[in-house]
Design a protein. Structure first.
Length: 612
């Protein structure tokens, strides 16, 4: 959830840290801080609550701090309110050790009480400060920082990515990781640690991914990595091929808007390499037909929007594979004593590849013998590295907290995987297979054409932005798509919203429909269009204002019942959500804009949820 960065090298650290933190601010933004060390000024720590801008103003863009060694942090509060004192870095009692932490120390209270009995005074409410104080304690025992860090890691439980500097080591930055992401960056003029590659890509593309239990010691010219027994380990280095500008706003008002408009290209990049000679090719997932036939259960596990992709995929896969597909929220799955065994195929979907609930669910599935396939956007992320197989969505860096292009690429990739499995099982007619292949390749073009004119969505947003409660209704794929439309609206505009299977309304929820209630009626799924119209009539009869989303072919028919209609181009029914979801993203975006919300960094949220 938080973002950490560290630098040791030949340039001034503070501006580099601020720039990196700005690129990671989506990870958490309720306070920020840096610690920089120089020979003449020693350890300089500055931190403040609120957005990173407050910190940047406080230290004049970094000019106030001197030194070529430093660490920085942007926080999403877990333990202790977001205030100046709880902001990172945390400094040990003697002022010699400064530390930034992303994760949660589960046994912090027990350690804190122990240290307090020994006379240590704590200043913050955080679990992270405990690590700084414990480190000082062990350092005083052994006078060797690497050994002291090793001892601390053996005492603490939970998840952590740590960046540490110590006055006795004026040229060294120390890092450690368990269950929270941490990347090592090998630069020309110094070396880096960061929670996310976007923070350092401006300086280097040469990276290594730290593994659980590892400790790294960085100087300006070297990075040495050790395992939890302090035995040196060789790290495999990777070249990051993300474009620097992809993680920049590039003149757009918000990352979310830019990322919505990037969807045709993101879909193209995800689909094109996976279709050859009219067939789906999944190079990194190569189950044989026999292995697929042997699968007794299929699970899709994810959180939030990625879970909503799973909901769409359940409908599509069951239709294509004629097999039951179970979709589970990762946070529920992991504690449900799931009926997973060595004949289960478990698909985990995650943009970040770091979502703790999803990772834990995947580990539980693996422990029970399942074969795991991860659909992930961030290359080298923890989930991608731990899954048996990984298929990447090529959405590029997604910065806005509200996902858009990652969702769209997950959706098409899941469609391709479903088609691939159906082909192996022989459960899809050749004509349908060909039709889907043809249409999936046309999606970018159709979407691009539709995106050329987004003003009608803007108009409807300005008409409806002051509603306090909005219902999204639909059947089948439209219901699954509505879950995402409703989440988008909730997370960035703070309007209460529900997504309902429209046939279910009459079993209770329709009592909430009264004159003026806004219902977003999703009628893009052609096979059930006529059935759905009856539901629209039902809410209209109770006085609802209906904004409908449908396809061009049904525009006129829908217009006879709904108050307003947005139409998208038609495609194969199983692919329709790929086009239908985009107006819903834009609707949420423009509504949030009208309401003056902080679109890219909505309150209480963070992009990468690495806590339980
Ligand atoms: C979506 O807009 C949210 N930011 C959130 O629901 C997100 O999809 C969820 O936290 C899962 O994240 P992941 O895909 O990185 O695992």
């Amino acid at each position: 959830m938080c973002g950490i960065i560290g630098f040791v090298g030949r340039g001034q650290a503070a501006p580099i840290l601020l720039d990196g933190l700005e690129r990671m601010e989506y990870r958490g933004y309720d306070s920020a801080g840096v610690a920089v060390r120089s020979e003449s000024r020693g350890l300089q720590v500055r931190k403040t609550k609120g957005r990173l801008k407050n910190l940047a103003d406080m230290i004049h863009g970094g000019a106030d701090l001197e030194g070529c060694l430093g660490i920085g942090h942007t926080r999403w509060a877990t333990h202790g309110e977001p205030n100046d004192i709880n902001a990172h870095p945390h400094v040990s009692e003697n002022g010699q050790i400064a530390l930034v932490h992303n994760g949660i120390i589960e046994n912090y209270l027990e350690i804190k009480e122990h240290l307090q009995k020994l006379g240590v005074t704590f200043t913050s409410d955080t679990d992270s400060e405990v690590v700084a104080q414990l480190l000082e304690y062990h350092y005083n025992e052994c006078h060797n920082m690497l050994e002291a860090v090793g001892r601390v890691l053996r005492r603490i439980q939970g998840s952590y990515a740590l960046g540490i500097i110590c006055s006795d080591y004026p040229n060294a930055l120390i890092a450690a990781r368990k269950d929270s992401p941490l990347i090592l960056g090998y630069g020309e003029d110094g070396n880096f640690i960061a929670s996310d590659v976007t923070a350092i890509i401006k300086h280097t593309r040469d990276v290594a991914y730290m593994d659980d239990g590892e400790i790294a010691v960085l100087t300006a010219d070297s990075i040495d990595v050790f395992d939890d027994e302090l035995v040196p380990v060789e790290k495999e280095r990777h070249q990051v091929d993300w474009d620097v500008t992809a993680a920049e706003k590039g003149g757009y008002p918000h990352f979310m808007f830019k990322e919505i408009l990037e969807q045709p290209e993101a879909i193209r990049k995800t689909v094109s390499p996976r279709i050859r000679d009219g067939r789906v090719v999944l190079d990194t997932f190569s189950l044989t037909a026999e292995q697929v036939r042997d699968i007794s259960r299929i699970f899709i596990i994810a959180c939030g929007s990625s879970y909503h992709v799973g909901m769409v995929s359940k409908y599509n896969w069951e239709r294509l594979l004629r097999r039951p597909v179970q979709v589970d929220l990762a946070s529920e799955f992991r504690y449900s004593d799931p009926l997973v065994d060595d004949r289960s195929l478990v698909i985990v979907i995650s943009q970040s590849g770091e979502t703790l609930d999803t990772m834990a669910a995947m580990r539980e599935a693996k422990r029970r013998g399942a074969r795991t396939l991860a659909v992930v956007n961030v290359v080298g992320s923890s989930i991608a590295r731990e899954a048996d197989d990984v298929l990447y969505t090529w959405a590029g860096p997604e910065i806005a907290v509200a996902t858009t292009k990652a969702y769209s690429t997950q959706l098409v990739l899941m469609d391709l995987i479903g088609l691939y499995l159906a082909d192996l099982l022989g459960t899809v007619e050749q004509s349908e297979y060909d039709a889907i292949i043809q249409e999936v390749q046309l999606l970018p073009e159709k979407l691009q054409g539709w995106l050329a004119d987004v003003h009608n969505v803007q108009y409807f947003a300005s008409r409806y932005f002051n509603h306090n409660s909005i219902f999204f209704i639909g059947r089948n794929l439209d219901y699954a798509m509505g879950l995402e439309g409703s989440l988008k609206l909730k997370e960035i505009s703070y309007i209460h919203s529900e997504a309902y299977a429209s046939g279910e309304l009459k079993h209770g929820t329709i009592s909430l429909i009264e004159p003026g209630t806004l219902v977003v009626a999703l009628g893009t799924y052609a096979p059930l269009f006529d059935k759905f119209i009856s539901n629209v009539v039902e809410v209209k009869a109770r006085g609802a204002e209906v904004l409908a989303l449908t396809t061009e072919g049904f525009r006129e028919k829908m217009g006879k019942t709904a108050d307003a209609v947005i139409a998208v181009p038609e495609t194969h029914p199983i692919l329709q959500p790929s086009l239908g979801v985009v107006p819903l993203q834009l609707f949420a975006y423009y509504v949030a804009l009208q309401r003056g919300c902080d679109i890219d960094k909505p309150r209480n949220l963070a992009k990468s949820v690495t806590v339980e």
